[in-house]
Design a protein around this ligand. Structure first.
Ligand code: SF4
Ligand code: SF4
Length: 369
């Protein structure tokens, strides 16, 4: 039979198109311990037999112990392997990372808890972070991964957590304490009881030779929340200019246009904000307020920042009532007493909760934060 007369092959079955999930978090059920999954939403009670360990008892009678340990977040492959080996040997092959870079390892027997804790601690993963402790600091990417940071984030976290490790392993604060760091003023980070945030103090310096080659000028103009950037011709070349009276040094122009150089070894500082809260447990979510500014951006240990954070925590621990979050405590004693007790210097630039800021910080018709 000639090839032309041969019966046609059955057409290949069309492949099922893969549907990419491009937003949102992955389905968390794949990371849950089988007992957690089995009893999801059917719990009788839970308690904490010791700091760093959660104990869940289900209506079915199942019991699950979860050991929580801190990690350094930005882990090399050898550290991850070490952690996985511990989980395989002393846990039950399951681990879940929390948003604060802790790991939670579930085991179905109380007898497994102590050996797991010993293995984690001897490998350098401190066990704690539950209840009224200082939890691991949520930090942004810093110098390792991001292209716009004004400071490092993991470095400041390491330096600070070296000092706060005892409070991570105990549950002795009035309520839980969440800390965070942010290495630019505009993007990731979020609300926290105490947050360390980059603070630029000078408008960007423009490298006019590069603007025309690198930046889309209309996009950069639209990006400024206070309309401080204008197109301009400089030395006959299209460039940009900044109205420095309007500029609030937010750094939003720098990511789309790196020639708008705002990071500066001397003028990029750090600020400390307090009283933020994401949850609505026992009270509404709250926004942070700035209480210390102009701190030196001083790697590798940022001692000036650590000193103030620890000072605020010490006063909060001594003065707050049981179950008062940082924001509740400040609300009760008032801002003047907060500054008095912590010994921080108040200036008119701090704790801005001016309502008009909604208009002035969000005035562009092109971009919304
Ligand atoms: S806070 Fe800013 S600089 Fe830091 S990782 Fe996020 S986007 Fe990058
Ligand atoms: S985006 Fe921010 S830093 Fe850039 S010019 Fe506008 S206010 Fe200044």
């Amino acid at each position: 039979m000639s090839e032309a007369l041969a019966p046609a092959k059955a057409p290949a079955k069309a492949a099922t198109p893969r549907r990419a999930t491009e937003s949102g978090v992955p389905d968390n059920t794949q990371f849950l311990h089988p007992l957690m999954l089995k009893n999801y939403g059917k719990w009788k009670y839970h308690d904490r037999p010791r700091p760093g360990v959660l104990h869940h008892v289900a209506l079915s009678g199942d019991e699950l112990w979860t050991v929580k340990a801190g990690t350094q977040r930005q882990m090399d492959v050898w550290t991850i392997r070490k952690l996985c080996d511990i989980i395989d040997k002393f846990g039950e092959g399951q681990v879940r990372f929390t948003i604060r870079s802790n790991v939670e390892i579930g085991v179905s027997k109380w007898e497994k808890v102590e050996p797991l804790i010993n293995a984690l601690e001897s490998a350098g993963f401190p066990v704690g972070g539950t209840g009224n402790s200082v939890s691991m600091i949520a930090h942004t990417q810093g110098w390792l991964h991001c292209d716009i940071p004004g400071t490092d984030a993991s470095g400041a976290v390491k330096a600070l957590m070296d000092d706060l490790i005892v409070e991570f392993k105990r549950e002795e604060m009035p309520n839980r304490v969440h800390l965070s760091t942010s290495c630019c003023e505009i993007n990731c980070g979020g609300q926290a009881d105490i947050a360390i945030i980059v603070q630029h103090t000078k408008p960007p310096k423009i490298n006019h030779d590069l603007v025309a080659n690198v930046c889309e000028r209309p996009a950069v103009v639209a990006r400024c929340p206070v309309a401080a950037i204008r197109p301009a011709l400089v030395n006959g070349k299209p460039s940009l200019e900044v109205d420095e009276k309007k500029c609030m040094c937010c750094g939003a122009c720098y990511p789309p246009c790196p020639p708008m150089q705002i990071n500066d070894p001397e003028h990029t500082k750090l600020a400390i904000w307090v009283g933020g809260k994401n949850s609505n447990a026992r009270g509404k979510p709250t926004f942070m307020k700035m209480v210390a500014s102009g701190l030196p951006n001083n790697p590798p240990r940022w001692p000036e920042v650590s000193e103030i954070v620890i000072r605020i925590l010490r006063v909060y621990k001594e003065d707050a009532r049981s179950w008062e979050r940082m924001s509740d405590w400040i609300e009760r004693i008032g801002w003047p007493r907060f500054f008095e007790k912590t010994g921080l210097t108040f200036t008119k630039y701090l704790i801005d909760d001016w309502r008009g800021a909604r208009v002035s910080l969000n005035a562009s018709t092109h971009i919304r934060f």
